[in-house]
Design a protein around this ligand. Sequence first.
Ligand code: FAD
Ligand code: MLT
Ligand code: ZN
Length: 454
Amino acid sequence: GSASVLVQRNPKFSKLNDEDVRYFEGILGAKNVIQDDEKLITANTDWMRKYKGSSKLLLQPRTTDQVSEILKYCNFRCLAVVPQGGNTGLVGGSVPVFDEVVVSLSAMSKIISFDKVSGILVCEAGCILENIISFLDNEGFIMPLDLGAKGSCQIGGNVSTNAGGLRLLRYGSLHGNVLGIEAVLADGTVLDMLKTLRKDNTGYDLKHLFIGSEGSLGIVTKKLLQEARRKLGEILSAFEFLDSNAMNLVLNHLEGARNPLPTSLHNFYVLIETTGSDESSDKQKLEAFLLGSMENELISDGALAQDINQASSFWLLREGIPEALMRAGAVYKYDLSIPVEKMYNLVEEMRSRLGNDANVVGYGHLGDGNLHLNVSTPQYDDKILSQIEPFVYEWTSKHHGSISAEHGLGLMKANKIFYSKSPETVKVMTSIKKLLDPNHILNPYKVLPCSSIS
Ligand code: FAD
Ligand code: MLT
Ligand code: ZN
Protein backbone atom coordinates (compact mmCIF):
# COMPACT_ATOMS: atom_id res chain seq x y z
CA GLY A 1 0.00 0.00 0.00
CA SER A 2 1.14 3.50 -0.72
CA ALA A 3 -0.09 5.60 2.12
CA SER A 4 -0.13 2.80 4.67
CA VAL A 5 -2.08 4.98 7.09
CA LEU A 6 -5.39 3.46 7.97
CA VAL A 7 -8.00 5.83 9.29
CA GLN A 8 -11.77 5.61 9.21
CA ARG A 9 -13.93 8.46 8.00
CA ASN A 10 -15.33 10.25 11.02
CA PRO A 11 -19.12 9.67 10.75
CA LYS A 12 -19.73 12.94 12.61
CA PHE A 13 -18.84 14.88 9.49
CA SER A 14 -21.70 15.76 7.14
CA LYS A 15 -21.72 14.83 3.48
CA LEU A 16 -21.67 17.67 1.01
CA ASN A 17 -25.01 18.39 -0.72
CA ASP A 18 -26.28 20.69 -3.49
CA GLU A 19 -27.48 23.24 -1.01
CA ASP A 20 -23.94 23.55 0.42
CA VAL A 21 -22.56 24.11 -3.07
CA ARG A 22 -25.15 26.82 -3.73
CA TYR A 23 -24.29 28.48 -0.44
CA PHE A 24 -20.60 28.60 -1.35
CA GLU A 25 -21.47 29.96 -4.80
CA GLY A 26 -23.34 32.73 -3.03
CA ILE A 27 -20.21 33.66 -1.05
CA LEU A 28 -17.55 33.19 -3.72
CA GLY A 29 -19.29 33.38 -7.10
CA ALA A 30 -19.77 30.23 -9.19
CA LYS A 31 -16.36 30.32 -10.85
CA ASN A 32 -14.52 30.02 -7.56
CA VAL A 33 -16.54 26.97 -6.51
CA ILE A 34 -14.85 24.21 -8.45
CA GLN A 35 -16.34 20.80 -9.18
CA ASP A 36 -14.40 20.17 -12.37
CA ASP A 37 -12.99 16.60 -12.37
CA GLU A 38 -9.52 17.43 -13.60
CA LYS A 39 -8.96 20.23 -11.09
CA LEU A 40 -10.31 18.03 -8.32
CA ILE A 41 -7.91 15.22 -9.20
CA THR A 42 -5.02 17.66 -8.85
CA ALA A 43 -6.31 19.00 -5.53
CA ASN A 44 -6.90 15.45 -4.23
CA THR A 45 -3.42 14.18 -5.09
CA ASP A 46 -0.23 15.09 -3.25
CA TRP A 47 3.13 15.99 -4.86
CA MET A 48 4.47 12.46 -4.45
CA ARG A 49 1.25 10.95 -5.85
CA LYS A 50 1.20 8.86 -2.72
CA TYR A 51 -1.86 10.21 -0.93
CA LYS A 52 -5.21 10.53 -2.70
CA GLY A 53 -8.46 11.94 -1.38
CA SER A 54 -11.93 12.02 -2.93
CA SER A 55 -13.07 15.58 -2.31
CA LYS A 56 -15.86 16.77 -4.56
CA LEU A 57 -15.32 20.46 -3.95
CA LEU A 58 -12.51 22.98 -4.25
CA LEU A 59 -13.08 26.52 -2.98
CA GLN A 60 -10.95 29.49 -4.00
CA PRO A 61 -11.61 32.45 -1.73
CA ARG A 62 -10.17 35.86 -2.62
CA THR A 63 -10.47 37.63 0.72
CA THR A 64 -10.14 36.92 4.40
CA ASP A 65 -13.84 37.61 4.85
CA GLN A 66 -14.67 34.89 2.34
CA VAL A 67 -12.42 32.42 4.20
CA SER A 68 -14.20 33.41 7.38
CA GLU A 69 -17.66 32.85 5.86
CA ILE A 70 -16.63 29.49 4.44
CA LEU A 71 -15.35 28.25 7.79
CA LYS A 72 -18.30 29.62 9.74
CA TYR A 73 -20.63 27.66 7.47
CA CYS A 74 -18.50 24.48 7.46
CA ASN A 75 -18.33 24.57 11.25
CA PHE A 76 -22.10 25.00 11.50
CA ARG A 77 -22.72 22.15 9.02
CA CYS A 78 -19.88 20.02 10.41
CA LEU A 79 -18.21 19.77 7.00
CA ALA A 80 -14.51 18.88 7.24
CA VAL A 81 -11.98 21.18 5.54
CA VAL A 82 -8.43 20.89 4.22
CA PRO A 83 -6.54 24.16 3.78
CA GLN A 84 -4.29 23.90 0.73
CA GLY A 85 -1.38 26.03 -0.45
CA GLY A 86 0.92 24.93 -3.27
CA ASN A 87 0.33 21.26 -2.42
CA THR A 88 4.05 20.46 -2.22
CA GLY A 89 3.88 19.05 1.31
CA LEU A 90 5.62 15.71 1.81
CA VAL A 91 3.63 14.11 4.62
CA GLY A 92 0.13 13.82 3.16
CA GLY A 93 -1.11 16.87 5.05
CA SER A 94 -2.26 19.02 2.16
CA VAL A 95 -4.77 16.69 0.52
CA PRO A 96 -8.10 15.32 1.77
CA VAL A 97 -8.15 11.83 3.23
CA PHE A 98 -11.82 11.33 2.34
CA ASP A 99 -14.35 13.89 1.07
CA GLU A 100 -13.15 16.99 2.95
CA VAL A 101 -13.74 20.34 1.25
CA VAL A 102 -10.48 21.79 -0.09
CA VAL A 103 -9.96 25.49 0.60
CA SER A 104 -7.19 26.71 -1.69
CA LEU A 105 -5.38 29.96 -0.94
CA SER A 106 -4.02 30.29 -4.50
CA ALA A 107 -6.22 33.24 -5.41
CA MET A 108 -4.94 35.28 -2.46
CA SER A 109 -1.53 36.08 -3.88
CA LYS A 110 -0.94 39.80 -3.50
CA ILE A 111 2.15 41.40 -2.03
CA ILE A 112 0.57 44.13 0.06
CA SER A 113 3.48 46.25 1.20
CA PHE A 114 7.22 46.31 1.63
CA ASP A 115 9.08 48.73 3.87
CA LYS A 116 12.66 49.19 2.74
CA VAL A 117 13.77 50.74 6.00
CA SER A 118 12.59 47.99 8.31
CA GLY A 119 12.79 45.14 5.77
CA ILE A 120 9.21 44.15 6.61
CA LEU A 121 7.05 42.61 3.90
CA VAL A 122 3.29 42.08 4.17
CA CYS A 123 1.60 39.70 1.76
CA GLU A 124 -1.33 37.34 1.30
CA ALA A 125 -0.94 33.68 2.21
CA GLY A 126 -1.20 32.42 -1.36
CA CYS A 127 1.93 34.24 -2.60
CA ILE A 128 4.24 31.79 -4.30
CA LEU A 129 7.61 31.75 -2.55
CA GLU A 130 9.61 32.29 -5.74
CA ASN A 131 7.63 35.45 -6.49
CA ILE A 132 8.49 36.85 -3.08
CA ILE A 133 12.16 35.90 -3.54
CA SER A 134 12.33 37.72 -6.91
CA PHE A 135 10.40 40.69 -5.61
CA LEU A 136 12.87 41.14 -2.74
CA ASP A 137 15.83 40.46 -4.98
CA ASN A 138 14.77 43.37 -7.19
CA GLU A 139 14.62 45.56 -4.11
CA GLY A 140 18.16 44.49 -3.09
CA PHE A 141 16.95 42.34 -0.19
CA ILE A 142 17.13 38.65 0.63
CA MET A 143 14.23 36.40 1.57
CA PRO A 144 15.32 34.38 4.60
CA LEU A 145 13.52 31.28 3.26
CA ASP A 146 14.39 29.28 0.16
CA LEU A 147 13.56 25.69 -0.78
CA GLY A 148 13.45 23.38 -3.78
CA ALA A 149 9.67 23.70 -4.06
CA LYS A 150 9.83 27.52 -4.32
CA GLY A 151 8.18 27.61 -7.77
CA SER A 152 4.92 26.17 -6.38
CA CYS A 153 4.83 26.38 -2.59
CA GLN A 154 3.06 29.33 -0.99
CA ILE A 155 4.14 31.42 1.96
CA GLY A 156 0.99 30.38 3.88
CA GLY A 157 1.97 26.74 3.38
CA ASN A 158 5.54 27.49 4.39
CA VAL A 159 4.36 29.14 7.59
CA SER A 160 1.88 26.36 8.32
CA THR A 161 4.62 23.73 7.98
CA ASN A 162 7.29 25.97 9.53
CA ALA A 163 9.38 25.05 6.49
CA GLY A 164 13.11 25.01 7.15
CA GLY A 165 14.75 24.97 3.74
CA LEU A 166 18.17 25.94 2.51
CA ARG A 167 18.84 29.18 4.37
CA LEU A 168 17.77 28.34 7.91
CA LEU A 169 21.41 27.99 8.93
CA ARG A 170 21.96 31.66 8.21
CA TYR A 171 18.62 33.29 8.94
CA GLY A 172 16.94 31.03 11.47
CA SER A 173 13.44 29.56 11.38
CA LEU A 174 10.15 31.21 10.48
CA HIS A 175 9.42 31.60 14.19
CA GLY A 176 12.02 34.35 14.15
CA ASN A 177 11.31 35.79 10.72
CA VAL A 178 7.53 35.97 10.79
CA LEU A 179 6.55 39.07 12.71
CA GLY A 180 2.80 38.65 12.47
CA ILE A 181 0.00 36.55 11.06
CA GLU A 182 -3.66 36.90 10.24
CA ALA A 183 -5.53 33.62 10.61
CA VAL A 184 -9.13 32.45 10.53
CA LEU A 185 -10.27 29.99 13.19
CA ALA A 186 -12.57 27.04 12.58
CA ASP A 187 -15.66 29.01 13.63
CA GLY A 188 -14.85 31.87 11.25
CA THR A 189 -13.29 34.22 13.81
CA VAL A 190 -10.56 36.33 12.23
CA LEU A 191 -7.50 36.66 14.46
CA ASP A 192 -5.49 39.74 13.57
CA MET A 193 -1.98 39.21 14.91
CA LEU A 194 -0.36 41.44 12.33
CA LYS A 195 1.42 44.01 14.45
CA THR A 196 4.53 45.31 12.70
CA LEU A 197 6.44 45.65 15.95
CA ARG A 198 9.70 43.90 16.59
CA LYS A 199 9.13 43.93 20.33
CA ASP A 200 5.72 43.24 21.83
CA ASN A 201 5.60 41.42 25.17
CA THR A 202 1.89 41.71 25.80
CA GLY A 203 0.66 38.27 26.78
CA TYR A 204 0.94 34.98 24.92
CA ASP A 205 2.41 35.29 21.45
CA LEU A 206 -0.38 33.40 19.70
CA LYS A 207 1.03 33.66 16.19
CA HIS A 208 3.55 30.97 17.08
CA LEU A 209 0.71 28.49 17.54
CA PHE A 210 -0.06 28.82 13.84
CA ILE A 211 3.53 28.52 12.63
CA GLY A 212 3.92 24.81 12.00
CA SER A 213 0.35 23.87 12.92
CA GLU A 214 -0.21 22.30 9.46
CA GLY A 215 -3.64 23.80 8.92
CA SER A 216 -5.08 22.08 11.97
CA LEU A 217 -5.83 25.20 14.06
CA GLY A 218 -6.78 27.82 11.51
CA ILE A 219 -6.23 29.09 7.99
CA VAL A 220 -3.43 31.59 7.57
CA THR A 221 -4.90 34.22 5.27
CA LYS A 222 -4.56 37.69 4.16
CA LYS A 223 -1.19 38.74 5.24
CA LEU A 224 1.97 37.76 6.83
CA LEU A 225 4.88 39.79 7.91
CA GLN A 226 8.18 38.59 6.81
CA GLU A 227 11.46 40.03 7.66
CA ALA A 228 13.99 40.16 4.88
CA ARG A 229 17.47 40.98 6.01
CA ARG A 230 20.18 42.78 4.13
CA LYS A 231 23.36 40.98 3.24
CA LEU A 232 25.13 41.46 6.54
CA GLY A 233 26.86 39.51 9.23
CA GLU A 234 28.43 36.08 8.87
CA ILE A 235 28.81 35.08 5.24
CA LEU A 236 27.84 31.43 5.44
CA SER A 237 24.29 30.93 4.21
CA ALA A 238 23.97 27.22 3.40
CA PHE A 239 25.73 24.01 4.32
CA GLU A 240 23.98 21.15 2.56
CA PHE A 241 25.08 17.57 2.04
CA LEU A 242 24.35 14.66 -0.25
CA ASP A 243 25.84 11.19 -0.39
CA SER A 244 27.00 9.35 -3.52
CA ASN A 245 23.65 7.57 -3.91
CA ALA A 246 21.86 10.93 -3.98
CA MET A 247 24.41 12.32 -6.44
CA ASN A 248 23.96 9.28 -8.70
CA LEU A 249 20.19 9.61 -8.65
CA VAL A 250 20.30 13.24 -9.72
CA LEU A 251 22.87 12.58 -12.44
CA ASN A 252 20.84 9.68 -13.80
CA HIS A 253 17.35 11.15 -13.59
CA LEU A 254 17.60 14.92 -14.07
CA GLU A 255 18.25 16.46 -17.42
CA GLY A 256 21.02 19.03 -17.30
CA ALA A 257 22.57 17.71 -14.07
CA ARG A 258 26.34 17.62 -14.33
CA ASN A 259 28.91 16.59 -11.74
CA PRO A 260 31.42 19.42 -11.23
CA LEU A 261 33.90 16.86 -9.85
CA PRO A 262 33.60 14.16 -12.50
CA THR A 263 36.94 12.39 -12.08
CA SER A 264 35.66 9.97 -9.45
CA LEU A 265 32.52 9.50 -7.38
CA HIS A 266 33.00 10.52 -3.75
CA ASN A 267 31.10 9.16 -0.76
CA PHE A 268 29.94 12.60 0.35
CA TYR A 269 29.38 16.00 -1.16
CA VAL A 270 28.88 19.24 0.68
CA LEU A 271 27.41 22.33 -0.96
CA ILE A 272 28.46 25.53 0.74
CA GLU A 273 26.98 28.91 -0.10
CA THR A 274 28.13 32.28 1.17
CA THR A 275 26.23 35.50 0.97
CA GLY A 276 28.40 38.31 2.23
CA SER A 277 28.21 42.04 1.75
CA ASP A 278 31.27 42.09 -0.55
CA GLU A 279 31.32 39.50 -3.33
CA SER A 280 35.06 39.61 -4.03
CA SER A 281 36.05 39.21 -0.39
CA ASP A 282 33.50 36.37 -0.13
CA LYS A 283 35.18 34.65 -3.04
CA GLN A 284 38.63 35.06 -1.54
CA LYS A 285 37.48 33.63 1.79
CA LEU A 286 35.81 30.70 0.11
CA GLU A 287 38.86 29.96 -2.07
CA ALA A 288 41.12 30.03 0.96
CA PHE A 289 38.72 27.74 2.83
CA LEU A 290 38.63 25.28 -0.06
CA LEU A 291 42.41 25.17 -0.45
CA GLY A 292 42.97 24.94 3.30
CA SER A 293 40.50 22.07 3.63
CA MET A 294 42.20 20.19 0.79
CA GLU A 295 45.64 20.72 2.27
CA ASN A 296 44.45 19.46 5.63
CA GLU A 297 42.82 16.51 3.87
CA LEU A 298 39.41 17.37 5.24
CA ILE A 299 38.11 17.16 1.70
CA SER A 300 39.47 15.33 -1.33
CA ASP A 301 38.29 17.67 -4.06
CA GLY A 302 36.25 20.80 -4.57
CA ALA A 303 34.97 23.27 -7.11
CA LEU A 304 34.03 26.91 -6.83
CA ALA A 305 31.20 28.30 -8.93
CA GLN A 306 32.61 31.02 -11.16
CA ASP A 307 29.34 32.70 -12.02
CA ILE A 308 25.65 32.64 -11.23
CA ASN A 309 24.90 29.99 -13.88
CA GLN A 310 27.45 27.65 -12.43
CA ALA A 311 26.11 28.33 -8.95
CA SER A 312 22.61 27.34 -10.07
CA SER A 313 23.93 24.18 -11.70
CA PHE A 314 25.52 23.26 -8.34
CA TRP A 315 22.23 23.96 -6.60
CA LEU A 316 20.36 21.74 -9.07
CA LEU A 317 22.38 18.80 -7.75
CA ARG A 318 21.05 19.40 -4.26
CA GLU A 319 17.60 20.86 -4.91
CA GLY A 320 16.86 18.28 -7.63
CA ILE A 321 17.11 15.27 -5.30
CA PRO A 322 13.37 15.07 -4.39
CA GLU A 323 12.42 15.26 -8.09
CA ALA A 324 15.04 12.64 -9.06
CA LEU A 325 13.72 10.33 -6.33
CA MET A 326 10.19 10.71 -7.67
CA ARG A 327 11.36 9.77 -11.16
CA ALA A 328 13.21 6.71 -9.85
CA GLY A 329 10.01 5.03 -8.59
CA ALA A 330 8.52 4.70 -5.11
CA VAL A 331 10.02 6.60 -2.20
CA TYR A 332 9.79 6.28 1.57
CA LYS A 333 10.66 9.65 3.07
CA TYR A 334 11.99 10.38 6.55
CA ASP A 335 12.82 13.86 7.73
CA LEU A 336 14.82 13.59 10.93
CA SER A 337 16.76 15.77 13.34
CA ILE A 338 19.68 13.79 14.65
CA PRO A 339 22.90 14.96 16.32
CA VAL A 340 25.29 15.49 13.39
CA GLU A 341 27.92 13.01 14.60
CA LYS A 342 25.40 10.15 14.60
CA MET A 343 23.44 11.21 11.57
CA TYR A 344 25.01 8.98 8.98
CA ASN A 345 25.00 5.88 11.24
CA LEU A 346 21.29 5.58 10.61
CA VAL A 347 21.77 5.65 6.83
CA GLU A 348 24.36 2.88 7.10
CA GLU A 349 22.25 0.78 9.45
CA MET A 350 19.30 1.15 7.11
CA ARG A 351 21.47 0.06 4.19
CA SER A 352 22.55 -3.10 5.95
CA ARG A 353 18.94 -3.85 6.99
CA LEU A 354 17.60 -3.54 3.46
CA GLY A 355 20.54 -4.99 1.52
CA ASN A 356 19.96 -5.01 -2.22
CA ASP A 357 16.20 -4.58 -1.92
CA ALA A 358 16.35 -0.80 -1.93
CA ASN A 359 18.47 2.24 -2.63
CA VAL A 360 19.04 4.06 0.67
CA VAL A 361 19.81 7.72 0.08
CA GLY A 362 21.04 10.34 2.55
CA TYR A 363 21.02 14.10 2.04
CA GLY A 364 19.86 17.16 3.87
CA HIS A 365 20.63 20.30 5.76
CA LEU A 366 23.81 19.30 7.54
CA GLY A 367 24.22 22.74 9.04
CA ASP A 368 20.87 22.29 10.82
CA GLY A 369 21.40 18.65 11.88
CA ASN A 370 18.55 17.68 9.55
CA LEU A 371 18.88 14.37 7.71
CA HIS A 372 16.59 13.40 4.83
CA LEU A 373 16.73 9.62 4.83
CA ASN A 374 14.99 8.36 1.70
CA VAL A 375 14.48 4.79 0.63
CA SER A 376 13.92 4.35 -3.09
CA THR A 377 12.39 1.21 -4.60
CA PRO A 378 10.87 0.43 -8.01
CA GLN A 379 7.41 0.21 -6.44
CA TYR A 380 5.74 0.42 -3.03
CA ASP A 381 6.02 -2.77 -1.07
CA ASP A 382 4.60 -3.38 2.41
CA LYS A 383 7.40 -5.84 3.18
CA ILE A 384 10.01 -3.12 2.69
CA LEU A 385 7.94 -0.69 4.73
CA SER A 386 7.82 -3.12 7.64
CA GLN A 387 11.63 -3.29 7.62
CA ILE A 388 11.91 0.49 7.75
CA GLU A 389 9.17 1.30 10.28
CA PRO A 390 9.03 1.39 13.24
CA PHE A 391 12.84 0.88 13.22
CA VAL A 392 13.59 4.37 11.88
CA TYR A 393 11.34 6.03 14.46
CA GLU A 394 12.66 3.95 17.35
CA TRP A 395 16.26 4.68 16.35
CA THR A 396 15.58 8.41 16.17
CA SER A 397 13.76 8.43 19.49
CA LYS A 398 16.57 6.44 21.14
CA HIS A 399 19.07 9.07 19.98
CA HIS A 400 16.85 11.91 21.22
CA GLY A 401 16.13 13.13 17.71
CA SER A 402 12.95 14.38 16.10
CA ILE A 403 10.84 12.35 13.65
CA SER A 404 9.83 15.52 11.83
CA ALA A 405 12.56 18.12 11.54
CA GLU A 406 10.87 20.35 8.99
CA HIS A 407 8.11 18.63 6.98
CA GLY A 408 5.52 18.26 9.73
CA LEU A 409 3.46 15.24 10.75
CA GLY A 410 0.60 15.41 8.24
CA LEU A 411 -1.28 12.17 7.78
CA MET A 412 1.88 10.10 7.49
CA LYS A 413 3.07 10.64 11.05
CA ALA A 414 0.00 11.76 13.01
CA ASN A 415 0.10 8.54 15.01
CA LYS A 416 3.89 8.66 15.41
CA ILE A 417 4.00 11.87 17.43
CA PHE A 418 4.78 9.96 20.65
CA TYR A 419 8.24 9.07 19.33
CA SER A 420 9.13 12.74 19.71
CA LYS A 421 6.69 14.18 22.23
CA SER A 422 5.67 13.06 25.73
CA PRO A 423 2.04 12.02 26.40
CA GLU A 424 1.66 15.10 28.62
CA THR A 425 2.73 17.39 25.78
CA VAL A 426 0.38 15.70 23.32
CA LYS A 427 -2.40 16.16 25.87
CA VAL A 428 -1.82 19.91 26.03
CA MET A 429 -1.73 20.07 22.21
CA THR A 430 -5.03 18.17 22.07
CA SER A 431 -6.62 20.60 24.55
CA ILE A 432 -5.54 23.55 22.38
CA LYS A 433 -6.93 21.86 19.28
CA LYS A 434 -10.26 21.21 21.06
CA LEU A 435 -10.43 24.80 22.23
CA LEU A 436 -9.80 26.34 18.80
CA ASP A 437 -11.64 23.76 16.69
CA PRO A 438 -14.23 21.99 18.88
CA ASN A 439 -15.77 20.07 15.95
CA HIS A 440 -12.35 19.10 14.54
CA ILE A 441 -13.35 20.21 11.06
CA LEU A 442 -9.90 21.61 10.26
CA ASN A 443 -7.61 19.14 8.54
CA PRO A 444 -8.99 16.03 10.25
CA TYR A 445 -6.89 12.86 10.72
CA LYS A 446 -3.67 14.93 10.50
CA VAL A 447 -1.03 16.11 12.99
CA LEU A 448 -2.54 14.69 16.20
CA PRO A 449 -3.33 10.99 16.74
CA CYS A 450 -6.98 10.11 16.02
CA SER A 451 -7.13 8.31 19.37
CA SER A 452 -6.38 11.53 21.26
CA ILE A 453 -8.89 13.64 19.35
CA SER A 454 -12.09 11.60 19.31
P1 FAD B 1 0.78 22.59 1.11
O1 FAD B 1 1.57 21.40 0.68
O2 FAD B 1 -0.37 22.97 0.27
O3 FAD B 1 0.29 22.36 2.61
C1 FAD B 1 1.14 21.91 3.63
C2 FAD B 1 0.38 21.92 4.97
O4 FAD B 1 0.05 23.26 5.34
C3 FAD B 1 -0.95 21.18 4.93
O5 FAD B 1 -1.17 20.59 6.20
C4 FAD B 1 -1.97 22.26 4.66
O6 FAD B 1 -3.25 21.93 5.18
C5 FAD B 1 -1.36 23.45 5.39
N1 FAD B 1 -1.61 24.76 4.76
C6 FAD B 1 -1.24 25.21 3.52
N2 FAD B 1 -1.58 26.50 3.36
C7 FAD B 1 -2.19 26.90 4.51
C8 FAD B 1 -2.75 28.11 4.97
N3 FAD B 1 -2.75 29.22 4.22
N4 FAD B 1 -3.29 28.13 6.22
C9 FAD B 1 -3.29 27.03 7.02
N5 FAD B 1 -2.77 25.85 6.64
C10 FAD B 1 -2.22 25.79 5.40
N6 FAD B 1 10.19 21.55 3.39
C11 FAD B 1 11.13 22.05 4.19
O7 FAD B 1 10.87 22.32 5.35
N7 FAD B 1 12.41 22.28 3.72
C12 FAD B 1 12.77 22.03 2.45
O8 FAD B 1 13.92 22.22 2.06
C13 FAD B 1 11.78 21.52 1.57
N8 FAD B 1 12.05 21.27 0.28
C14 FAD B 1 11.11 20.74 -0.53
C15 FAD B 1 11.46 20.47 -1.85
C16 FAD B 1 10.53 19.92 -2.72
C17 FAD B 1 10.92 19.62 -4.16
C18 FAD B 1 9.21 19.62 -2.25
C19 FAD B 1 8.18 19.04 -3.15
C20 FAD B 1 8.86 19.90 -0.93
C21 FAD B 1 9.80 20.44 -0.05
N9 FAD B 1 9.50 20.73 1.30
C22 FAD B 1 10.47 21.26 2.10
C23 FAD B 1 8.18 20.40 1.91
C24 FAD B 1 7.45 21.66 2.40
O9 FAD B 1 6.58 21.35 3.45
C25 FAD B 1 6.70 22.39 1.34
O10 FAD B 1 7.37 22.51 0.15
C26 FAD B 1 6.11 23.78 1.71
O11 FAD B 1 6.49 24.38 2.91
C27 FAD B 1 4.63 23.61 1.75
O12 FAD B 1 4.02 24.72 1.18
P2 FAD B 1 2.73 24.55 0.28
O13 FAD B 1 2.22 25.92 -0.04
O14 FAD B 1 2.98 23.66 -0.88
O15 FAD B 1 1.71 23.85 1.30
C1 MLT C 1 14.83 18.96 0.71
O1 MLT C 1 15.57 19.37 1.59
O2 MLT C 1 15.24 18.72 -0.45
C2 MLT C 1 13.38 18.84 0.99
O3 MLT C 1 13.07 18.89 2.34
C3 MLT C 1 12.65 17.79 0.23
C4 MLT C 1 12.95 16.38 0.62
O4 MLT C 1 13.27 16.09 1.75
O5 MLT C 1 12.84 15.50 -0.23
ZN1 ZN D 1 14.74 19.63 3.47
